[in-house]
Design a protein around this ligand. Structure first.
Ligand code: NAD
Ligand code: 6OD
Length: 484
């Protein structure tokens, strides 16, 4: 059986304690994973610290950028290995991993290589009371050792979204991928070596959260900053762990995102766009729309059309090119999603589509599939309307006026993403500007420019990453003032 090991100071390190890496498409065991104990995590942090004091710490931004570009190139050279590993770990369709996850990982390294080699800093000339002046300018220094904790839904994409800017700014990193998806973070270690990244700059520790590698990493006194993507309640636990040492944190957390569909939308494009926003990656994208509000004039027609789209989705083996929807990540997560399907029934929902578990009559029956599901008829106060489900499911409710739609969309403790579907661009701007969300798309969804701010409000997170915002999080800006 294959063993996935920790990666510390340029070496793969095994441990006696192991856990299984499961393929969610059929429940089979792909590999055993070495769980990092406190000592391995400590060694990883120390090796990162040593790397900063060595050759890596002496490199300038342009040299670091050149190395990051090589990492991007090596990801592309090993494209098929990354795709295969991501598909096996997550069960996502091969078409999705090939179009989204792996290309974005390479793009993350290239984007932050470009940014760090061109980014400026602020400078001001200030008049002083004695009639002279002062010049003030900022310089960018690395934070030190950055602890990166990643989730399982877009494992490589979201890990590299943080590793790339952290390294661009001159930090060394210790990453803890999700226990569900350990493979691509480990493959990335091989790529780092090939690209010539010095030992200790990129370290991987495997394991779980509390009482395991995640907690050991976040509570380590020599970790200078923690950046985390995952559930809001995990973010709260990590915040408590880091509070005593007052580390900088960046949190990208859950969502309960709304899509607002106006009667004047481009109907077919909107149905396709909303279907994607609900069902992509089996609904396991933090940006997915779980609440869809449709103007009453087109409500019935829209529900019928989305129902047809859900019915047409090709669910099956992630390895087949035509598959559009794979399984959920795990047995536990399927239980959670099915518990919301049951709750929706208790709360009075009408199931317009789905609600169950598909049967295949082959090995896929050992996997963690659920049917794409469309609900109607829930009150806005229902738990299914308030809590993140993170599966291929949405609720569709009608609205009459723009004001009503905005109020319902904003009635959430989360604030990650929204999408507005209308052919009236003035309305698009007006409504987008009223959304309490870190990002609002108009007539599109999950369209990303890596230079733009990304993050959430409320339970959806703290801080913004992307472009200069990432550079500002992953560096200490030191201000220097000179009297002239
Ligand atoms: P999760 O919070 O269960 O786990 C995320 C990571 O945190 C894993 O590596 C896990 O081992 C680790 N962890 C858990 N408890 C910990 C602790 N106490 N200390 C340190 N580490 C700990 O999240 P998940 O189930 O892997 O991912 C799904 C969630 O992530 C959803 O809520 C989704 O909305 C959210 N998400 C948000 C974004 C975003 O950009 N806002 C992106 C992707 C996913
Ligand atoms: O595209 C990104 O940069 C990003 N952070 C996406 C997050 C998706 C959540 O599942």
């Amino acid at each position: 059986m294959k063993v996935i090991r920790n990666y510390v100071n340029g070496e793969f390190v095994g441990r006696k304690r192991e856990f299984s890496d499961i393929n969610p498409a059929d429940g089979s065991v792909i590999a055993q994973v070495s769980e990092a104990d406190e000592e391995v995590v400590d060694r990883a942090v120390q090796s990162a610290r040593t790397a900063i004091r060595g050759e890596w710490g002496r490199l300038g931004a342009v040299a670091r950028a050149a190395l990051l570009r090589k990492v991007g190139d090596w990801i592309e050279s090993r494209f098929d290995c990354f795709v295969a590993a991501e598909v096996a770990d997550t069960g996502k369709p091969i078409s999705l991993a090939s179009k989204l996850d792996v290309p974005r990982a390479a793009a993350n390294f290239r984007a932050f290589a470009d940014l760090i080699s061109t980014a400026g800093v602020e400078s001001f000339q200030t008049e002083t009371a004695d009639g002279r002046s002062a010049l003030t300018y900022a310089i960018r220094k690395p934070l030190g050792v950055v602890g990166i904790i990643a989730p399982w839904n877009l494992p490589l994409l979201l890990l590299t979204w943080k590793v790339a800017p952290a390294m661009a700014c001159g930090n060394a990193v210790v990453v803890k991928p999700s226990e569900e998806t350990p493979a691509t973070a480990t493959l990335l270690a091989e790529v780092m070596e090939k690209a010539g990244i010095p030992k200790g700059v990129y370290n991987v520790v495997h394991g779980f959260g509390p009482g395991s590698a995640g907690e050991f990493l976040t509570q380590h006194p020599e970790v200078n900053a923690v950046t985390f993507t995952g559930e809001s309640k995990t973010g709260a636990a990590i915040m408590k762990t880091v509070a005593d040492s007052v580390k900088p944190i960046s949190f990208e957390l859950g969502g309960k995102n709304a899509a607002i569909v106006f009667a004047d939308c481009e109907f077919e494009e909107t149905v396709a766009g909303v279907s994607n926003a609900v069902f992509l990656n089996t609904g396991q994208v933090c940006l997915c729309a779980e609440r869809v509000y449709v103007q009453r004039q087109i409500f019935d027609r829209f529900v019928d059309a989305l129902k047809r789209k859900a019915g047409d989705l090709r669910i099956g083996s992630p390895l087949e090119d035509e598959t559009e929807m794979g399984p959920l990540i795990s047995k536990e997560h399927r239980e959670k999603v099915l518990s919301y399907y049951r709750l929706a029934r208790e709360e009075g929902a009408t199931f317009m589509a789905g609600g169950g578990v598909p049967q295949f009559g082959n090995s896929l029956d050992g996997g963690y599939f659920v049917e794409p599901t469309i609900l109607t008829g829930l009150p806005e106060s229902a738990r299914c309307m308030k809590e993140e489900i993170f599966g291929p499911v949405c609720h569709i409710a009608p609205f009459d006026t723009e004001e009503e739609a905005v109020a319902m969309a904003n009635d959430t403790k989360y604030g990650l993403a929204a999408s507005i579907w209308t052919s009236n661009l003035k309305r698009g701007h007006r409504v987008a500007q009223q959304m309490n969300a870190g990002i609002t798309w108009v007539n599109c969804w999950f369209l990303r420019d890596l230079r733009t701010p990304f993050g959430g409000m409320g339970l959806s997170g703290i801080g913004r990453e992307g472009g200069i915002h990432s550079l500002n999080f992953y560096s200490e800006l030191n201000n220097i003032c000179i009297k002239l």
